[in-house]
Design a protein around this ligand. Structure first.
Ligand SMILES: C[S@@+](CC[C@H](N)C(=O)[O-])C[C@H]1O[C@@H](n2cnc3c(N)ncnc32)[C@H](O)[C@@H]1O
Length: 310
């Protein structure tokens, strides 16, 4: 079944208390699981919440997650820092409504990366951040979603810390949780899933080298980032490794933004769904029975609305 449901907004607040740990995999692909194993020791946090030495005279870089697009989903801290920053360095998925919160006299640098079109190399971005912080400025490095979820925030953190530049990391709502909430898909509804795994559909050097057999049989919800271009291949690998072809999928494009679109169907048809529906914007693919649960709840609500209207 294919449904383009237009714009769906959450009707209530979304409070996510997620304890995430990066599950290191042998592949180049990072997989994030909602399974908790606490940190061994608390990191050294300075007065300003910074990792590293920071005084009013020295500059600092705040690696800030801006959430999936809706400016209302910025954290209070992200908003405050944006309002204070001398310099804002921002990515492709940061919309003008979010940038509008920056000071009018703040220096702004667009450093967005599109497939095959990077406005600046990662080395240049790193150097830009360090340069402005060393000049004593308050730098906000604004990244879509969460800076540590498929966002290269870790690389920027390593670079800056290795050079003694003070850094603070401000988490943001990642696309998986933001988009799922926006369309009413409870990623770990206990009737349907034992957990959730975030994977990327695009690796440094092309197709991701994932453990398809484990993913296909995991009884977890899968959320694929950057998977639109490889949707057909992903569906083929998962079904070839044992996932039922009828497994429900949802593609959420431009989640939480005014152009948000939700398309649902089965894994066997995922490649066609993406092509037929012309999915072109940023999108996450949600795979698993939680989609079916959300779909039936939505259908029931529609039937109730229709019955009330009749
Ligand atoms: C480079 S990754 C950055 C992810 C980001 N750091 C996060 O935590 O959400 C970009 C991918 O995130 C997903 N994404 C980001 N914003 C989205 C949105 N508003 N709707 C759907 N997918 C989104 C898409 O899969 C997109 O290709």
């Amino acid at each position: 079944m294919v449904r383009a449901l237009g714009t769906l907004k959450p009707d209530g607040g979304f409070v996510a208390l997620l304890e995430m740990v990066v599950a290191r995999t042998s592949s180049v692909i990072g997989a994030l699981r909602l399974a908790w194993s606490g940190p061994k020791a608390a990191p050294k946090v300075g007065k300003a919440g910074a990792l590293g030495r920071h005084t009013p005279e020295t500059g600092i870089v705040h690696l800030v997650g801006a959430g999936p697009g809706d400016p209302e989903l910025l954290t209070v801290r992200a908003l405050r820092l944006l309002q204070q920053a001398d310099v804002v360095v921002y990515d492709r998925l940061i919309g003008p409504e979010i940038l509008a919160h920056a000071r009018t006299d703040a220096a702004r640098f667009y450093v967005g990366k599109e497939r095959g079109n990077h406005s600046r190399t990662q080395a240049e971005i790193n150097a830009l951040l360090a340069h402005h912080a060393r000049a004593g400025r308050c730098v906000v490095r604004l990244k879509g979603g969460d800076p540590f979820v498929f966002g290269r925030g870790g690389e920027e953190l390593d670079y800056l810390r290795a050079r003694g530049v003070a850094v603070e990391v401000v988490p943001g709502i990642t696309a998986a949780t933001g988009c799922a909430a926006a369309v009413g898909i409870p990623l770990t509804h206990r009737d349907y899933a034992l957990g959730v795994t975030f994977v990327t559909g695009h690796a440094k050097d092309g197709a991701p080298d994932l453990d398809w057999a484990a993913l296909a049989k995991s009884r977890q919800t899968l959320v694929i980032y950057m998977g639109v271009a490889s949707a057909g291949m992903i569906a083929g690998e998962l079904t070839a490794h044992g996932m039922a072809p009828t497994t429900p999928v949802a593609v959420i494009e431009n989640g939480t933004r005014p152009q948000q679109r939700l398309v649902t169907g089965s894994i066997a048809r995922l490649g066609d769904l993406v092509t037929d529906e012309g999915i072109a914007g940023p999108a996450v693919i949600v795979i698993g029975d939680v989609v079916k649960g959300a779909q039936s709840a939505f259908d029931r609500a529609e039937q109730l609305d229709a019955a009330e209207a009749a």
